[in-house]
Design a protein around this ligand. Structure first.
Ligand code: ZN
Length: 430
């Protein structure tokens, strides 16, 4: 389908920066074909009146567990260890595959409604994330969480088999390449070294990148030092993970040597500031990582530790915490966070998205400018970072398909999703 978005204020790439320009955006099939005045010979089957609206690149949530929406507000105000080992993992043991599907559907619904067009997911029921991404129309990079080793050889093998099976099954989907995969070794404290090495060998064989949790808590770093005599970053480097394209979530507790190593190996860091702070873990040293040249992207983590999948909230807070903690107003700018949430995410995942530019995939969120928090619109990028709350998102296009128009979902049945998650809630809610 050809879509013409007329007279819209669009955020376009401008060298390292971003500029706002009123233009027409033409979309043909899954691609943006022009961002100027519409060519005379462009025949649109669908015209969207963009006046009073702003088009931004669809946001890329580089780290989440979409199914965890079913655990929203279930285990709050707990330490990381107590939250994960004492609460979330036992709850996950009770979760059925179908529960995992409805949780992922709710996650997709929440993300689309707040302008996210692509997410990186790690799920115990990988096929249910695939199903939710496929049905919702979202772009997704999915991994089966892999854990185990000598102490759980059968489980470790079963998880790898499941990952391979789901990747194979997804080949038959008519998704125009929207759904892709990474291998997902969960973390150094849930996988032993032998298992991590096995995953590296498999990733090399299958030509897949990796999605891993890294240096999230002081406890993880301290235990690693005790057991292996090096930091988690150094351990993963020794095991060869960084020879593959790696997306490392969190990276909160890093030494200067760790930061240099991540930069040298081209590891992308997905920072999740709200989850990290909520679990009392701190937050990643973003200005230092930026200075070292690390590709930084942004994620929400799961709703059990955030407790929302709203990238606007994440962008504002990311910028503010560094300004506040460093007493430096220029520490992380609005342009920086918007880049983390768009182009840098696309770079980390190897996707042709993240900017509104001819030739790129048509992943666009359209926001209503007719709201008090956007008036007057002195600086659109600042407005997105410091004033927006996500409720301004009105229409969302992913891969050239309109998945939400004027806040009405085209792909998902909201009420059905709410019904199903309320049913599941009775199992987990307090
Ligand atoms: Zn995570």
């Amino acid at each position: 389908m050809n879509i013409l978005i007329k007279n819209i204020t669009a955020l376009l790439p401008d060298g390292e920066g971003i500029k706002a320009k009123i233009c027409d955006i033409c979309i043909s099939g899954d691609r943006i074909v022009s961002v100027d005045s519409a060519p005379e010979n462009f025949i649109a089957q669908k015209v969207i009146n963009g006046s009073g609206k702003m088009a931004i690149p669809g946001l890329i949530n580089c780290h989440t567990h979409a199914y965890m929406t079913v655990f929203r507000n279930v285990a709050d105000d707990l330490s990381f260890q107590d939250w994960l080992m004492g609460n979330i993992m036992p709850l996950e043991d009770q979760l059925t595959s179908e529960d995992g599907y409805w949780g992922a559907m709710l996650g997709c619904l929440e993300m689309i409604k707040t302008g996210t067009t692509c997410f990186t997911d790690m799920h115990m029921f990988e096929g249910q994330s695939v199903r939710a991404a496929y049905e919702s129309g979202m772009r997704a990079v999915i991994s089966r969480g892999l854990s185990g080793g000598e102490s759980d050889k059968a489980g470790a093998k079963r998880r790898i088999d499941e990952a391979l099976r789901e990747m194979d099954a997804a080949k038959s989907l008519d998704d125009n390449g929207r759904i892709s995969f990474l291998l997902g070794p969960h973390a150094i404290y849930t996988c032993d070294n032998g298992y991590l090495s096995e995953i590296v060998a498999l990733a090399k064989e299958k030509k897949l990148g990796l999605n891993v949790h890294l240096s999230e808590s002081r406890f993880e770093v301290g235990s690693c030092m005790e057991q292996h005599g090096c930091s988690p970053v150094e351990l993963l480097d020794k095991l060869g993970l960084f020879e593959l394209p790696t997306l490392a979530a969190h990276c909160v507790h890093l030494s200067d040597d760790d930061i240099s190593l991540l930069a040298k190996r081209g590891v992308s860091v997905a920072t999740n500031p709200i989850s990290n702070m909520k679990l009392g873990n701190g937050f990643a040293p973003i200005p230092k990582l930026q200075k070292a040249g690390v590709n930084i992207c942004l994620g929400t983590d799961g709703a059990a530790s955030n407790n929302a999948l709203n990238m606007f909230r994440e962008m504002g807070i990311l910028s503010l915490i560094h300004k506040g903690a460093l007493e430096e107003a220029q520490a992380v700018s609005a342009v920086d966070v918007l880049n983390f949430a768009t182009v840098n995410g696309a770079k980390a995942l190897g996707l042709e998205t993240g900017v509104i530019s001819p030739g790129k995939k048509a992943d666009i969120a359209i926001l209503d400018l007719d709201v008090p928090q956007f008036r007057p619109l002195n600086n659109p990028v600042s407005a997105l970072c410091y004033s927006a709350n996500g409720s301004e998102v009105e229409t969302v296009i992913i891969d050239g398909n309109i998945v939400m128009e004027n806040r009405r979902m085209a792909t998902l049945d909201e009420q059905r999703i709410f019904f199903e998650v309320e049913r599941i809630r009775n199992k987990f809610g307090k």
